[in-house]
Design a protein around this ligand. Structure first.
Ligand code: ASP
Length: 593
């Protein structure tokens, strides 16, 4: 049997009369008695095979028993189709292969869902039979795009002199702030490796080692609650550079990402460079979120000063207690009814922590809405000017702490952007958000934690606030935000031991604990450390945006479901007692089953 092989999707009219051998899966089959038609599929496309009982009786006999997804080898000669039989929907539509020989290489059970079309299928079922799901055209496209993206990123990084360095998968815990996946050690019972949440410390150590420019398409693991765009395992474009500041890191990424994006023919190519920049503070003030979707306006406006003397008690009380009033103007929002606003829109605002949502319409005959009567003409005019309100618009306002007012209107803005079709879906906006706060208050513990990680350098102008007002300290961390989704972040790192110690102190890590946890890094820095900084971007999220996919699992070959399980192999799974014993582990309770 010859295996010289013509890919199914490649024969054209110019190849007519050639003899060839094709291999693939049965995509469709029509039996017309003396003639059997089979569309044979491989990764390159489909080709129509004609098996004629007269021309090739043995092949015809074999073809009659064939079912969908059987694997065949077909040898034959290529013919041009009669003009009336040309199929313009497929690339091989002008030709067909007249079979001389058909060999069944593998039978196939009836698949649990159609492989030959992109119908909606329950995702759990798709994940259980992922190999069949992956055979379908959309996931074939996505996984091929993924491989292409990796190759193009590597190419662009090499152009800039980056060196690919692999870092270990079993390590000491990393400081990214999520829960670790742990691997018990057999040789040291009671000790555990952690799976890397990122290669953060290794890439910094690579700078101490003098590699200058590191990269890795790094596999990372974080045990977090899953969301639509999150997986417990994901891949990062991880980079680190020596002797740099923000500008150098930005310039490298503004070369690498757009070059690869363009080569992959992703949505929105070519990307605009340099990526626009906005500070975290501006983002919060204007968009109410730290990952602004800049594809539409509807900016937030602070109207506190415009309504400082208002009769409207709800606003008055908030302002008195140091709060703010912020507004967004919904252009053409005259069509929003009271029940729209008091229903869905108020729910969105409440979901972000607001106590309520105030609203006014500006109509030809003046300002309307149940609260309009509490404001003077002057106050209304001031709101109108400040928030650029035209006749026919609606103003939505939240009075609260600056954080809550911004978050509530930011959430409303995103909601309205989608609901009112304000977003141009063909557009891809990649921006930098800079000067993130160094610390934030942990919702869980109430304590101060690093907003990024504790090796992020602070803005030196804020050094004095480290002990007095840590939450006001700006960092040298930056994010790339793509259409309102964070796709990566990085920072310039701390290389001054005194600053590092003060940052640790601010988050409650004393010198002894710092030595215990990160002593190897701190010690390495004592042997000559170059100033350095880097970035990590989510490959999965970049792909989702580039391909226009909403579900992160559709760009990963073998993803986990929302419960972090893999339905195909049934991971995670219990292990034998003997295995546990060897690891020195006893379970607190026997799992059921
Ligand atoms: N290690 C960081 C992360 O995974 C990125 C960086 O600071 O380079 O988010």
């Amino acid at each position: 049997m010859t295996t010289v092989r013509t890919p199914c999707g490649t024969p054209r009219a110019t190849d007519a009369a050639a003899t060839m051998t094709v291999f693939g899966w049965v995509d469709r089959r029509r039996d017309q008695g003396g003639l059997v038609f089979i569309d044979l599929r491989d990764h390159s496309g489909t080709l129509q095979i004609v098996i004629d009982a007269q021309e090739a009786p043995a092949a015809h006999e074999a073809a009659r028993g064939v079912r969908l997804e059987y694997v065949l080898r077909v040898e034959g000669s290529l013919r041009a189709r009669a003009p009336e039989n040309v199929n313009p929907r497929i690339a091989t539509g002008e030709v067909e292969l007249r079979a001389a020989e058909v060999t069944v290489l593998s039978g196939a059970k009836t698949p649990p869902f159609p492989v030959n079309e992109d119908t909606e299928v329950d995702e759990q079922l798709r994940l259980k039979h992922r190999y069949l799901d992956l055979r379908r055209p959309r996931l074939q496209r996505n996984l091929r795009a993924r491989a292409r993206l990796s190759a193009e990123l590597r190419r662009a990084l090499h152009e800039l002199g980056f060196l690919e360095i692999e870092t270990p998968q079993m390590i000491r815990a990393t400081p990214e702030g999520a829960r670790d996946y742990l691997v018990p050690s057999r040789l040291f019972p009671g000790s555990f490796y952690a799976l890397p949440q990122s290669p953060q410390l290794y890439k910094q150590l690579s700078m101490v080692a003098g590699f200058d420019r590191y990269y890795q398409l790094a596999h990372c693991m974080r045990d977090e609650d899953l969301r639509a765009d999150r997986q417990p395992e994901f891949t990062q474009l991880d980079i680190e550079m020596s002797f740099v500041d923000e500008e150098d890191v930005f310039a490298a990424l503004e070369h690498v990402i757009p070059t690869a994006w363009h080569a992959c023919e992703f949505r929105g190519s070519p990307l605009t460079v340099p990526f626009p920049r906005i500070t975290w503070r501006e983002a919060m003030e204007r968009y109410g979120v730290d990952k602004p979707d800049t594809r539409f306006d509807m900016l937030l406006h602070e109207v506190t000063d415009d309504v400082r003397g208002t009769q409207f008690q709800t606003f008055g009380r908030v302002i008195e207690h140091g709060g703010v009033v912020k507004a967004i103007c919904v252009s053409g929002g005259d069509d929003l009814t009271r029940s729209d606003i008091e229903g869905r829109l108020t729910d969105v605002a409440r979901g972000a922590g607001a106590k309520g949502l105030a609203y006014l319409w500006r109509r030809a005959d003046g300002w309307q809405g149940s609260i309009a009567k509490f404001f003077s003409e002057q106050e209304l005019d001031a709101i109108g000017t400040n928030a650029s309100v035209q006749v026919g618009d609606c103003v939505l306002m939240v009075a609260d702490t600056p954080g809550v007012a911004a978050a509530a209107l930011g959430a409303l803005r995103n909601h309205l952007g989608r609901a009112r079709n304000l977003i141009d879906d063909s557009r891809v906006d990649m921006i930098w958000v800079t000067e993130f706060p160094m610390f934030e208050r942990s919702e869980e513990t109430g304590g101060i934690t690093p907003a990024h990680h504790p090796f992020t350098m602070i803005n030196i102008e804020d050094l004095d606030k480290l002990e007095t007002d840590p939450l006001a300290v700006r960092s040298r961390a930056y994010d790339i935000v793509l259409n309102g989704r964070e796709v990566g972040s990085g920072s310039i790192r701390i290389t001054d031991p005194a600053v590092q110690q003060r940052v640790f102190a601010a988050i409650g890590i004393d010198a002894t604990e710092a030595r215990r946890k990160f002593g190897f890094l701190l010690e390495a820095f004592e042997y000559g450390v170059p100033p350095h900084g880097g970035f990590a971007g989510g490959i999965d999220r970049l792909l989702m945006e580039g391909l226009g996919e909403d579900n992160i699992r559709d760009v990963i070959a073998f993803p986990k479901n929302q419960q972090a399980q893999e339905p195909m192999t049934d991971a995670p799974a219990p292990v034998d007692d003997a295995q546990l014993r060897e690891l020195g582990i006893t379970l607190l309770a026997r799992p059921p089953g």
